[in-house]
Every structure is written in C-alpha cells, then in structure tokens.
Design a protein around this ligand. Structure first.
Ligand SMILES: Cc1cc2nc3c(=O)[nH]c(=O)nc-3n(C[C@H](O)[C@H](O)[C@H](O)COP(=O)(O)O)c2cc1C
Length: 380
C-alpha cells in the first residue's frame, strides 16, 4: 500500500490517510454579514472522510481583514450557526475540521474594509486586486501599520480562534501564504520596516510568531498549523532570499511544536498552467528544518502525491482543484479511479451548480448502470 493511504498522527489528530482538502475560498457566503451558507456545509460534509483532514477556506478575522466580497469571515455572532453547521457536517462523517484564519493586509479595497485604508507592514507599490460588488478591482492604496496597532490584529486572531473553537472546529491554520498580511511581514519585498517588526529576518517573523501564539493560546500547539508559500508570487510578494527566509520560518515554527507545516509548491499559475522552471523544491529544503508533519500542496496528481510522500520530504498532500469536483477524492486516488474534471468558471462565487452537486464515483456508477438498464428495457 502506498504511504499516501496509510494512517498518520498529525498533532492531536489520528488521521486514517494523508489526502487533505486544501483551503479554497469559494465566495458562497450569504450577504450581508458573510454568513456561511447551507451549501457550504453540504460541500464540506460531502468531502469528509473517516479520519480525513479538511482545511476550510480562509476566514477573515475582522472587517478590516477582508479582501473578497462573499468570502468567509469570522468576527460576529451571527456567523456562529453557519460555521457550526460546517464543523458538524464534517464530524458527522468522521472527518477532522481545521479552519484557516486570514488577514488580507494590502490585498483589499476600502469597500471591503468598512471604509478604512488597507494596511501592510510598509507602503510599497502594489498592483493587486480585491473583489467588491463591482467585480475584481484594483486594490485601494494601503498604509503602513503603526506599531501600536499590531497588538490589536494579534488579538483579532485570538478572538477568531475562540469563535472557531466555539463553533466546533478541531483546530485552526494560520494563513501565512499567498501574499496576505502574515506573508507581507515575512518577506522583505513587502516589509521595509525599521522597528521591532522589520529589518532583520528575526524581526520580520515576529508578527507571525505573535499571531501564532495567539492561536496556540486558544487551541494548544497540537491543534494549530501554519501555511506558507515560499515561492509564491500571488499578491505581488517577493523575497531576496526565499530559501534562507523560509528555512528560518520553518525552524521557528518547529520550536512551537505545532501540528503541521503546510507548504504550497510553486508548480502552478492561476490559470492552471505549470510554472516553467519551478520543480517541487520547497519541501526538499524545508524538511531538515521542521521535525513535525509537512503537508505539500500545489499541482499534485496521484502519481506525484504518492512520490512526494514516499520521498519523505512531505508526509501528507493537500488537493484543491481536484477535490472541488471529486467529493470522494481520497477513495478515487486510493483505487486509481478516474477523476471528474473541475469547473474553473464556478470557483469564485455562484450557486450549488458545479459546487455541491458533483457525484461520488459510486453515484456515477449507479447512474451509468441505470441508463444501461433503461437502454435494455428500450430494446425489449
Ligand atoms: C478557487 C480557489 C480558492 C483558493 N482559496 C484559498 C484559500 O482560501 N486559502 C489558501 O491558502 N489557498 C487557497 N487556494 C490555493 C489552494 O489551497 C491550493 O494551494 C491551490 O489550488 C493549488 O493546489 P491544487 O493544484 O491541488 O489545486 C485557492 C485555490 C483555488 C483554486
């Protein structure tokens, strides 16, 4: 049996296999108020498997942290029932539910932040986007955070974790990837501060540490993971020496004994094409720096997932797009069954169609058998 389908202990969780649902923002909350919708509970419940790990789409920790209209968030009591329904749907099928927590930082627009300027470690020219009622629009000009404001954001992370726990989530993941606020502090292309939060590598990582400590204070380290994207370019992010930066980040994270390190590989671009000249590298150089489980994500298929886990450089593999259209993806991968193609047009917003209506393999077979029966009857 390939190791990908073997059990593994990840922090507090005894998982039965290593195929993980990657977090995917699908912009299907109910407006106003970003209320998690019943179709979201259906979607996540369908993708749950006994002892399987699901990482739920990024939830903004405050109004100021929001980036995309329709995206998940977790900062007011009116959202509680919707989140609880999602955690319950996953638990009903024996799955483990982790909620990703995000602050979008400069990737935002005044319409999404309650009229406030988006914030970042430093003011650096940025041509990113946010999503408002007018569709994708250029991000609003951002301002640099005053040092006194940082503790308030850390506190927002803590309070969001308290809400996640109350809703029944088994743990939380700090979104330190894809050019959002934590990543903006880590990487030197976006962090040009000269105070306690910038300058040296140690200082650039301080915000991540504080946000992480806030989450750990609620859940304990064995129920908290962190996601990073050492070679990502989304959000105009860059670093002068990603390998040194993220090796250090991995060492720091290791010192906390967190449940897992989640690493996005640089293998795909937003339009599904492969990144030329970017092999799967990050987990290779990060492995010596992190002693706990590593989840690799980004452009994996059955063969490359089996291979990265066999290599020992990663212990689990998270799938995004394939999981979107195959609710029973772990089973399909295990038995090498054909995959239903994903529908990119339904990724960001929409109805249940091409979201929570994808059949399992067994359902597809049942439909095929029924139409064969009908053809037989017609032939009589
Ligand atoms: C529709 C969509 C939404 C996404 N939203 C998030 C998100 O909320 N948080 C995150 O860390 N990554 C997000 N990602 C990135 C995925 O988690 C994953 O890393 C990426 O899709 C590559 O994996 P794949 O090749 O298996 O799809 C998103 C990707 C897609 C396609």
């Amino acid at each position: 049996m390939d190791k990908l389908f073997n059990p593994i202990k990840v922090g507090a969780f005894d998982l039965k296999h290593r195929v993980v649902l990657a977090p995917m923002t699908r912009l299907r909350t109910i407006q106003p108020g970003d209320i998690p919708s019943p179709m979201m509970a259906d979607f996540y419940g369908q993708r749950a498997s006994l002892g399987g790990l699901e990482i739920i789409e990024a939830a903004s920790i405050s109004v100021h942290a929001r980036s995309y209209l329709g995206a998940a968030s977790l900062y007011h009591d009116g959202q509680h029932e919707g989140w609880k329904a999602i955690a319950d749907a996953i638990h009903a099928r024996g799955g483990v539910a982790i909620l990703q927590l995000i602050h979008g930082g400069r990737q935002s627009h005044v319409e999404m932040t309650g009229g406030l300027d988006p914030v970042a470690p430093s003011v650096v020219p940025f041509e990113g986007v946010a999503l408002t009622k007018d569709g994708f629009v250029p991000a609003s000009p951002h301002r640099a955070l005053a040092i006194e404001e940082i503790a308030d954001i850390v506190e927002d992370f803590r309070v969001a974790a308290v809400r996640a726990k109350k809703a029944g989530f088994d743990g939380v993941e700090l979104h330190g990837a894809n050019g959002y606020l934590v990543d903006q502090f880590i990487q030197d292309g976006t962090n040009q501060r000269t105070d306690a939060y910038g300058g040296s590598l140690e200082k650039r990582v301080r915000f991540m540490r504080e946000a992480l400590e806030a989450l750990i204070s609620v859940y304990g380290a064995d129920r908290v993971g962190v996601r990073i994207s050492p070679s990502g370019e989304w959000g105009g992010i860059s670093d002068s020496n990603p390998e040194a930066t993220f090796s250090y980040v991995a060492q720091v994270l290791d010192s906390y004994g967190i449940a897992y390190l989640h690493v996005i590989e640089p293998r795909i671009k937003g339009d599904d094409t492969l990144h030329e000249g970017h092999p799967t590298v990050a987990v290779n150089y990060l492995r010596p720096h992190f002693s706990g489980p590593i989840i690799a994500a980004g452009g994996f298929d059955r063969e490359s997932a089996i291979s990265v886990v066999e290599s020992g450089n990663a212990d689990l593999v998270a799938f995004g797009r394939h999981f979107s259209s195959n609710p029973d993806l772990p089973l399909r991968l295990k038995h090498d069954l054909p995959l239903t193609p994903y529908v990119r047009a339904a990724f960001w917003g929409g109805s249940e169609q091409n979201y929570s209506d994808f059949p399992t393999y067994a359902e597809q077979q049942a439909v095929a058998a029924r139409s064969e029966d009908e053809a037989d009857v017609d032939a009589v």
